[in-house]
Design a protein around this ligand. Structure first.
Ligand SMILES: Nc1nc2c(ncn2[C@@H]2O[C@H](COP(=O)(O)OP(=O)(O)OP(=O)(O)O)[C@@H](O)[C@H]2O)c(=O)[nH]1
Length: 402
């Protein structure tokens, strides 16, 4: 198998498995197409009856499964695929063509009526910065194989999930067939602290920290290998980095699938669930650890103008130009918020990953509730004092302005 192959397994009933390795992209190349290689001709039925979704107009969720080397990502994947979920799940392993990972993935779904297809991705990959390519490749795959109900994407242990999330976080106006449902990070309870604390050259934040920071759900796995004290320490550490994600403790990643699938972490499908994620679960810093990446929640009473919102996005996400009082540059990985915008009678939901953001008016502000702007930020060098001061400058001192 060469690095330009994709391996697709399709279980007639509910499972398709794909491995998409790293590829080079030429600027002159067209949008990637999934084509059959000569090695194993792909036989495509126009509409395979058992794989075509009844509601073909429904968008397909993508869940990103990430976590440091050996944390239990594949264990989680296998667990999901063997549970009752009544979904036709496509699995994409972003494995960079590593032989061992492929062998391991061959175990997934064995025992069912499994068959293989070899596909080649002419250009484009899931880890590149060209947003459309990975998405188009999957959409092409869906056209060929019929529509899946769900896509699970397992990253490598050393992946930064940020760029991958940006790839799938599609603007609704682009009318993509897929959308980002959530990022799940699996952590090894025994080695999690060591992995998170590992220093990289030039002070770069390591991948384990980034994976925790960007999680919508944190799975603290391998709890059978630690005692209560170790579990408390790693839980505290993870919570300090990401105070917004839900968290579960597991052995062999056994977790209720309702906690994993259909999270809607990037839309306002369930506003109450969204508001839950804005509630601070922040705990005190652990003094013995260098905690450059952390979560801060700030709420300022009052409303801001649309220009204020533009300025917030520009400063925090695009220019990354906010400097702390101690001279450090604030870098936001993930931001959520509920804002009061002057002239808008509804609460405005704000979501951001890396430099991408989305705002959406949701519920009407109740008359008795004072208007306010609330932000949750996860990133480097973030501290409450500087964020509060920045937000206060943007928020007018006039509460309850319609
Ligand atoms: N004791 C114990 N072992 C576990 C648990 N979960 C997974 N493992 C084992 O840990 C090892 C690594 O698990 P994987 O699921 O392959 O981890 P991964 O994150 O996919 O690993 P990479 O792809 O190499 O980064 C395997 O031997 C698993 O059987 C657990 O809860 N307890």
């Amino acid at each position: 198998m060469t690095s330009s192959d994709q391996l697709i397994y399709v279980n007639n009933h509910k499972l398709a498995l794909a491995i998409i390795p790293t590829m080079d992209i030429n600027e002159d190349d067209d949008i990637p197409m999934l084509v059959a290689s000569e090695e194993n001709e792909l036989e495509i039925e126009e509409e395979p009856p058992d794989l075509v979704c009844a509601e073909s107009s429904a968008r397909v969720p993508v869940t990103i499964l990430t976590g440091y080397l050996g944390a239990g990502k594949t264990t989680l994947l296998n667990y999901i695929l063997t549970q009752q979920h009544n979904k036709r799940i496509a699995v994409i392993l972003n494995e960079f063509g590593e032989g061992s990972s492929m062998e391991k993935s061959l175990n997934v779904g064995q025992g069912g009526d499994l068959f293989e297809e070899w596909l080649e991705l002419r250009n484009g990959c899931l880890c590149c910065s060209v947003k459309d390519n990975g998405v188009k490749a999957i959409e092409n795959l869906m056209k060929k194989r019929g529509k899946f109900d769900y896509i699970l994407l397992e990253t490598t242990g050393l992946a930064d999930p940020g760029p991958i999330a940006s790839l799938f976080w599609m603007d609704k106006q682009l009318e993509s067939e897929i959308y980002l449902d959530g990022i799940i990070t699996v952590l090894d309870s025994k080695y999690g602290e060591k992995n998170i604390s590992e220093k990289k050259p030039d002070g770069i934040i390591n991948e384990a920290v980034r994976q925790v920071a960007l999680a919508d759900l944190l799975i603290l796995n391998k709890i059978d290998l630690v005692d209560e004290h170790q579990l408390r320490t790693v839980t505290q550490l993870v919570r300090t980095i990401n105070g917004s994600a839900a968290m579960v403790q597991t052995q062999r990643c056994k977790v209720d699938l309702d906690r994993i699938l259909d999270l809607h972490a990037y839309d306002c499908f369930d506003i109450e669930a969204y508001e839950q994620t804005l509630r601070s679960r922040f705990i005190d810093d652990l003094p013995h650890l260098d905690q450059r990446v952390r979560t801060v929640t700030v709420e300022v009473e009052g409303s801001m103008t649309q220009e204020g919102l533009d300025s917030l996005v520009e400063t925090l996400l695009w220019e990354r130009s906010l400097i702390t009082s101690s001279g450090e540059n604030i870098k936001v990985y993930r931001m959520k918020g509920i804002l009061s915008i002057i002239g808008e009678c509804r609460r405005v939901m704000l979501q951001a990953v890396q430099e991408l953001y989305e705002t959406e008016p949701v519920h009407i502000w109740p008359e008795h509730v004072p208007r306010s702007c609330k932000l949750v930020l996860i990133g480097e060098n973030i501290n409450e004092t500087d964020i509060r001061s920045f937000l206060s400058n943007l928020v007018s001192a006039v509460p309850n302005v319609p």
